[in-house]
Design a protein around this ligand. Sequence first.
Ligand code: ZN
Length: 349
Amino acid sequence: MTTAEPTRQAEAAPTLFFRDILGQERALGYLAMALRQNRLAHAYLFLGPDGVGRAATATALAARLNCAAPTSEGEACGDCPSCRRLAAGTDPDFLILRPASEGRQPQIKIEQIRELRQLTAYPPVGGGWRVALIKPASALNDAAANALLKTLEEPPARHLLILAAAQEGDLFPTLVSRCQKLTFAPLPPALIRRELEKRGRSPAQAALLAALSGGSLGRAVMMDPEALLAQRDQVLSDLETLSRGGAADILAWAQRLAKNVAEADTFLTLASLWYRDLLVLEAGGPPELLAHPDRLPELRAMSRAGRPERWLSRLAALSRAQRHLAANLNPELTLDILGFRLAATGTWT
Ligand SMILES: [Zn+2]
């Protein structure tokens, strides 16, 4: 998208109701209280990772503010003209400002903020509130941030600005200080797993996706579950091969994996989750905590063989390799060393 205008459309499937937002009771409770007491701030900073409900909360807030017949539970009705416009993504009083170009460093530009400022000179079209979501606010370039600061310093009536960012350090302190901060937590893996199963993922897929999601439902939904399980099976078979310790096998494995650093990183994560699962079982943890519950019989058999110190040293070797890849050290060399470390500890369990 290259338009400099604020984008007048909601997310693909706009969330109108707070009750559909998972795992953010603290942030939602705070907003519900502010709504009840009529004490909403004029600008909020929604902090948290992608895919945990910040944009959905902004939409639900806009729906609730402009709804003609909110429910006694404090939700929008979902059926009045304002709710319908919002659901259809055609509400002129709900704006999302996104980076104007998808280059290497997408930016929200000053023209977009100027457009917004011009708009705020007029009251909201529907007579209620105008809500603008800026996401991610870290994409504001210096000029845009300065222009936005003026709006925050003289907040227009019946306007609500919501800045979404991963962390406040991504923004100018002057912007942060003029917003009310609200933190959105990463979601617990068990909650993500349940939600994924509701959306049709198998228990094995859901467990693995949840373990790799970093607490972001959005991220878990975007990953391809079948490809991931196939990759996991490959990882387990590679671990077994490596443990036999043939130098030629190790070097061939490192050479294959080094071609794609992202894939190498996934290998390291999946292998780490395997040893983490063994430690969970060893400690008597419940199978619900496992990333590989479909391999439970195998995990149990290995766990009974009980070599926790070996699992820990493998975890340490995997995490060292992960750090080296992240630091752009030579991938093939990093993987060669890892392969020999894994081989040196004997059988793969
Ligand atoms: Zn309504």
